[in-house]
Design a binder for this molecule. Structure first.
Ligand code: F6P
Length: 540
């Protein structure tokens, strides 16, 4: 639908339904409908979703699905997979799904077979990774590579860093990866500490190859290497991942050692392509391709499953339900897996850079809240930190719990304890504990109110057999498509990020004033000017 979805009759129907349902407890919903838990599940590939603990009934789901139809979701999915320019503000196709299409697929976009292009890059990455992993690729002194340092930021960092952590158990060639992103010198200096230039390979990852942080860190790394091994060592120790061959060459990296991608891959959607090079070197091309197959399996599910049995669609619609009808501001993502400790951070860019928008694709202002705030930490750590607020605070925080049946390794039944905590938390959040139940345990009356657990706090539970390259791909694709569905309902362009540009440009203007001998120039605001003066005093 073009225009304001909140003016549709489907939106109004949901508003009315919300009035009827808002006062209902999950306890009541379960008591009224004993078949609820059995029905409110959906499988997609290796992921199993239980969404019974949501403040929703079959009617809610039907109304939300009708809203998705009204928003033209079906056509939008077709438009994305068909390579139409749905990123309107940048006039680009949005084809991260092509990064994981099978070799024999064909997709011609703007006159170019993008699947063939994708596989040519994947083959080049695989060949390079194999050479590094087999020690055939040698550094300038003839020694093999032991550490890969990925230098990138945002989408050129969070994806490979998150996935490297997630798949640490699959790192098998004795090559460690490190990730440097921040312009804070502590990042690069800390990461270079202990490294031997002769055995270090830098992957400079930047879609645009103009990003200040990345180019600055890359220059520091280059100097560190050249001081130790000389200028001629650069070609053996630096490779680039970018869409911008000209800038790569300008920086002094041989474009033969460049792995490309295209403007139709958004930075935050790019780690399953060349941006994943450091990950591929660490886990090997075969594992990387298993991960791509996982992504593809979720793509196929998203593309073909009916909306009421479609995992990303259901999870997105429930996100809309809480954001726009219950007024929830955030969604917690709580993986019960230490390996996924960077997953919430990764999702923050994916979801918030995509849907943190206040105008629709046609430039008109949105009229309803958009862009859920994603945050989280692995369980059980979060339980001992912020779950108190989830259980008894005044805010509604819907949460996604993610658990795995099989650990990579186990000791003393630890993994079952981990899962028991996940299950206990979702149950406690949903059903709580009443004052009567607490009093019946002999609690003094004045303490009872403190112990009441209100319950009625909604959660999704995603259960997966094991964290593998494939299931990681499925999980990431799940959230990519959740973003897409929510963006479609809100009518925003989920694929641009103009909001980050102004601050970047202003930093360039401020930087000279911090070091200049001259009195600080007049800034547009007096507070910033005062802070510049103060900083200069503190710096001496
Ligand atoms: O500043 C935001 C952003 O443009 C992200 O969208 C992107 O992932 C990141 O910067 C890094 O950009 P690049 O890969 O071009 O260096």
């Amino acid at each position: 639908m073009n225009g304001d979805i909140s003016q549709s009759q489907e939106w109004a129907a949901l508003g009315k339904h919300h009035e009827e349902l808002a006062g209902k407890q999950l306890r009541e919903l379960f008591a009224e409908d004993p078949g609820r838990a059995g029905r409110m599940t959906v499988s997609a590939g290796d992921l199993y979703l239980d969404y019974a603990k949501h403040r929703a009934t079959q009617e809610t789901i039907d109304l939300l699905v009708a809203l998705a139809e009204r928003a033209g979701l079906r056509e939008r999915v077709g438009a994305m997979f068909g390579g139409q320019h749905i990123n309107v503000s940048e006039d680009r196709a949005v084809l991260h799904v092509a990064l994981r299409m099978r070799k024999n697929a064909e997709l011609v976009v703007d006159g170019q077979d993008v699947v063939a292009d994708v596989h040519a890059v994947l083959d080049k990455m695989s060949a390079f990774s194999d050479r590094v992993r087999s020690k055939e690729w040698k550094g300038a002194t003839g020694q093999p590579i032991r550490t890969v340092v990925n230098i990138g930021i945002g989408g050129s960092d969070l994806g490979p860093a998150m996935a490297y952590e997630a798949l640490r158990d699959y790192v098998d060639a004795g090559i460690e990866a490190r990730f440097v992103s921040n312009i804070d010198p502590a990042d690069i200096l800390g990461n270079l500490r202990g490294l031997d230039p002769a055995t270090t390979l830098f992957v400079v990852a930047s879609k645009t190859f103009t990003t200040l942080e990345t180019l600055t860190n890359a220059r520091v790394a280059r100097r560190w290497l050249v001081e130790a091994l000389g200028e001629e060592a650069v070609s053996k120790h630096f490779v680039a991942v970018s869409t911008n061959a000209e800038k790569v060459a300008e920086f002094g990296i041989d474009t033969d050692n460049m792995f490309g991608f295209w403007d139709w891959v958004g930075g935050r959607y790019s780690y399953d392509g060349a941006i994943g090079l450091s990950l591929m070197i660490a886990v090997g091309p075969e594992r990387f391709r298993e991960m791509l197959a996982g992504f593809h399996a979720m793509d196929q599910h998203f593309r073909t499953a009916p909306f009421n049995a479609n995992m990303p669609v259901l999870m997105a619609l429930l996100g809309i339900w809480y954001t726009d009808f219950f007024g929830a501001e955030t969604r917690a993502v709580l993986p019960y897996s230490q390996r996924l400790h960077r997953f919430p951070a990764y999702l923050q860019q994916l979801t918030m850079e995509s849907n943190g928008k206040s105008v629709r694709a046609d430039g008109t202002p949105v009229t309803v809240p958009t862009g859920e705030i994603f945050w989280g930490e692995p369980g059980t750590n979060g339980q001992h930190a912020f779950y108190q607020l989830l259980h008894q605070g005044t805010r509604l925080v819907p949460a996604d719990f993610i658990g795995f049946a099989e650990p990579f390794e186990d000791r003393e039944g630890m993994h079952d304890q981990l899962t028991a905590n996940l299950l206990a938390q979702t149950s406690a959040l949903a059903f709580g504990k009443t004052a009567e139940e607490i009093a019946a345990e002999g609690t003094p009356p004045e303490i009872v109110p403190h112990k009441v657990m209100p319950g009625n706090r909604p959660t999704s539970t995603i259960l997966v057999t094991k964290l593998t390259p494939s299931t990681l791909g499925q999980l990431v694709a799940l959230y990519e498509h959740i973003v897409f569905v929510e963006g479609t309902i809100w009518g925003v362009d989920s694929f641009d990020q103009w909001g980050v540009e102004l601050g970047k440009k202003m930093a360039l203007d401020v930087a000279p004033a911090l070091t200049s001998e001259e009195p600080p120039q007049t800034f547009p605001d007096s507070s910033t000017e005062q802070l510049v003066r103060r900083y200069r005093e503190l710096r001496g």
